[in-house]
Design a binder for this molecule. Sequence first.
Ligand SMILES: [Zn+2]
Length: 149
Amino acid sequence: MSYIVTRQKYWPNGDKVVEITSGGRDSIGPDALVEKYPGEWEEFDDPNEALDAARIIHNLWYDVDKDILGIGIGDTWGGSLPLEPTDPRDEALDRWAKVQFDALERCDHCGEIFRDNERFCDIELGIDFGMFCSEYCCAEAYEKEINDE
Ligand SMILES: [Zn+2]
């Protein structure tokens, strides 16, 4: 799963909102504007990073257009449902990012979240001893597994 930040101009009333959607590219609302600021259309594995990017994009956009309504969070599943905008300074956004982050799957060895949809496990060993963020963590966990026996 990844988070994507886009600028939206909702049809038909033209409401302008910075969206963070969490279902990958299919979840982006259909009224997305073309990329203009750094971080737009990028996929973030960490919701905190997505939120940081959304706030920066919101501020840059607001500098040239005072009609920006805020940051909307959710998932439109590519539908045309507008997301409710929240003031970018609102701590509710940080709470959302924390809850999301805490719920992410993690490496069984180091506890890091998975990046770029990559997971490692040594299936050749024929044993299931976990999913790991890197080959390094996989090897370390295997080493530990052997030494524990
Ligand atoms: Zn790891």
